[in-house]
Design a protein. Structure first.
Length: 483
């Protein structure tokens, strides 16, 4: 027992000695007593506000990806429902996301309509239409927008004079204008070119609402366009799409009208002359179409005008051996053997000037059969010459021209007759005495816009192979045939 106590005493003394002497390590730092926990408070923690839904910057209408013109897809490129499309009076094809539209509106045929008023009253006939109805109201963040961009090109350029943009939101008002009247983001009027381009339309400046769910591109004339992509952009304010009333309440522009309200007859018919208030002895400064008449040449004839009808009595010079070496000398002088009604009119200055399918001459003959004595002659300024006997011209129905004593519309198919679809110098010439009555002359059924920026582009637009000049015709044979 004493031994155990002695060992315990030695152990205690050793521990005390080690504690007193320390060690080679740095002395330990005393750990401070922990502070008492902070008292709890009732201050609420601020909640992070929910992020506002993002508004898209671009609202796609269509990009024509994998579009089959013969089948309406259920949904459009933006993923929302297409409830109808109406591609009427046209032919269409699609390649690499570009749709080619060949507008083919119905033509006026007097057998199908009472008159032109009846024809133009039927918009579905005189219009080619590309149209789609898309459920734009269901798009997330749908907004009124500043711009509508149409990425497109024209078959020949200048189609802005032949196309109409038409918005008609469901159960809403109608907005329609010629493309040439639309205002782009630069404040200029829209021009369609043969090159693919982004046409950026300032909707409000053009008088259109900033969104629609029914859109049309219509044409009153034969023409071709290529559509790549259509979208709205630069949102101006969210649309309350909870009802039709709330949607339409956001439209800040006034209704423009319907396609039938446009002066389509004026676009469709390019007037040459109707002889209103015409004095045969004095050339007017302006033609009835409002464009400059820089010359007329009514030669070897007598003329009078009554109630807008010009009576032309052709009196070409006759062969007289005392005046000419021989008949060859006589026929070499076209100004002598021809009676001529001719005018030069600034057709290139007309709004919407186009290559046209038909030339209509409302006329009659004093005796009938004058088609065998008359020559039609086009010679565009600085251009080639086109000339034929009236009896060789091809009419709209594929026959040849026949002039009667009754006033009638002679509708000449220009391409079938070998003539260009527009001119700014026109003549009706005669190699024999005869009398005709001219009421109205006009071009119709525009078949492609003319780029009038310079002479070369004009002639390229109207070019068909040259036929020749009046002196190239076998006039001697014609004269012998009618004597």
């Amino acid at each position: 027992m004493k031994k155990k106590l002695s060992l315990l005493l030695v152990l205690i003394m050793t521990t005390v000695f080690v504690s007193a002497c320390g060690s080679n390590d740095a002395p330990a730092t005393e750990t401070p007593a922990p502070e008492p926990p902070a008292a709890e408070t009732n201050t609420p923690v601020a909640e992070t506000p929910a992020a506002e839904p993002s508004v898209p910057n671009v609202f796609l209408w269509d990009d024509f990806t994998d579009r089959d013109p013969n089948n309406k897809p259920d949904t459009n490129s933006n993923g929302v429902n297409i409830w109808w499309d109406n591609w009427a009076n046209l032919r269409a094809s699609s390649e690499n996301g570009v749709v080619q539209i060949n507008f083919r509106p119905g033509e006026f045929d007097p057998e199908d309509y009472t008159d032109l008023d009846d024809y133009f009253a039927r918009a579905a006939d005189w219009m080619g239409n590309w149209g789609e109805a898309i459920d734009m109201w269901s798009m997330e963040g749908i907004s009124y927008c500043k711009y509508l961009t149409i990425r497109m090109s024209g078959g020949s350029g200048g189609e802005e004079n032949l196309l109409m943009l038409h918005f008609q939101p469901e159960d809403g008002p109608s907005f329609v204008k010629l493309f040439s009247e639309l205002v782009d983001k630069n404040g200029e009027n829209v021009k369609v070119t043969a090159d693919m381009q982004d046409i950026v339309i300032d909707l409000e400046a053009s008088g259109f609402p900033g969104m629609t769910n029914r859109m049309h591109i219509r044409s009153y004339a034969f023409c071709t366009i290529n559509l790549d992509e259509i979208y709205f952009s630069e949102p101006l304010g969210l649309i309350d799409a909870s009802s039709g009333e709330s949607i339409l309440a956001g439209f800040t522009v006034s209704e423009i009208g319907n396609p039938a309200d446009l002066p389509i007859r004026d676009y469709y018919i390019l007037l040459w002359d109707d002889f209103t208030d015409r004095d045969p002895n004095n050339k007017p400064e302006l033609a009835p179409n409002g464009r400059n008449m820089w010359w007329d040449n009514w030669a070897n004839l007598r003329a009078s005008v009554t109630d807008g009808v010009a009576e032309i009595n052709f009196r070409p010079g006759e062969f007289d051996p005392e005046d000419y070496v021989d008949e060859d000398d006589y026929y070499a002088r076209a100004a002598d053997w021809m009676g001529n009604w001719g005018e030069a009119i600034d057709m290139w200055g007309l709004s919407g000037i186009a290559v046209s399918k038909y030339l209509t001459i409302r006329m009659s003959g004093a005796d009938g059969g004058e088609e065998n004595k008359l020559i039609l002659h086009f010679q565009p300024e600085d251009g080639p010459s086109y000339v034929k006997l009236f009896s060789e011209l091809v009419t709209k129905d594929g026959g040849n021209v026949e002039i009667t004593t009754d006033m009638q519309d002679i509708v000449i198919d220009l391409a079938a007759s070998g003539f260009p679809g527009m001119t700014n110098r026109m003549h009706i010439r005669s190699f024999a005495e005869c009398t005709i009555n001219l009421d109205t002359l006009y071009f119709s059924v525009p078949a492609g816009a003319i780029d009038t920026t310079d002479r070369d582009t004009i002639l390229n637009s109207i070019a068909v192979p040259e036929i020749g000049n009046p002196a190239d015709l076998p006039i001697r044979d014609y004269v012998a045939a009618v004597r």
